[in-house]
Design a protein around this ligand. Sequence first.
Ligand code: TRP
Length: 334
Amino acid sequence: MATEKEIVVSGIRPTGYLHLGNYFGAIRNYIRMQEEFNCYFFVADWHSLTTHPNPKDLQANVMRVLAENIASGLDPEKVTLYAQSHVPEIAELYLLMNMLAYKGELERVPTFKDKVRLQPENVNAGLLTYPVLMSVDILIQRAVKVPVGKDQGQHLEMARNFAQRFNERYGNLFPEPEAFNYGDNLVRILSLDGKGGKMSKSENEMATIYLSDSDEQIRQKLRKAKTDSGGVPGEPMPESVANLIEIMKLVSTPDTVQFYVDAFNAGSIRYGDMKTQLGEDMVKFISPIREKAAALQADPTYLRKIMKEGAEKARVNAAQTLQQARNLIGLNYY
Ligand code: TRP
């Protein structure tokens, strides 16, 4: 009996430029998963409408995030890559699932409460039902694994609840999805300003390395990275330096990393040299990705073809689930 590969779904937010944190936090997982699982990765364009992006920005962001993911190593031959809005089956199942989602539980979701606090002028219904749409993204493909970070844990728990609730009321249809990460891939990259925050889209741009940064920008950002006067033998490594070492482990050779760790321990570390070295290794790592992403963005016809083929495949699987949901609910009059 041929064993079917397990189904994986993940949504990519089309906001901001991808940075090192995204690459080592999410994309690297995707690249590994594409070899082992049946992966459906999509650009979450409907989700992004909660903040009312202007149409031109939305288009550019969707194309860029697609290009950057492919340039990083997602292979459209191996994974199903699509835009959420090209799979209308998701919208119908979302409507059906909303009948099983309660206002109280949605209002209690921490990410929703954060938004209410941060943007009280735009607390729309799409924001409230965000977890329902996200659950449906996953359930409609009958995925069992979802590569997401800790911040999405609550949303995944809701996806399991909705799956269970539907299954109990109407009959067994949805498997319960679990968060998935390769343990050794869980790296947390901090911003370069030494303030302890994650490298993130909202942080200071100078403290974040983007996949689209020029060689000169990369070198400059690393030159300005916070280090310490440190280097007293026996003292613990300051967080800002430890972060640079962590980043070094991702892009430099093991010998290089060892050299600077030893130098730190000996109290003879020269941070300027270390940051120059890291800058060069980072340039070697990022520049091929940046150039590939630029070439892909210059070829929208190719990107559209990828999205179209991805959506066709995603729709076949989604339509089967949706039809079963309709049947179980009793929406099958002919
Ligand atoms: N909410 C996710 C994020 O903010 C994006 C997302 C939308 C997603 N739908 C999904 C992730 C389905 C995994 C599966 O990053």
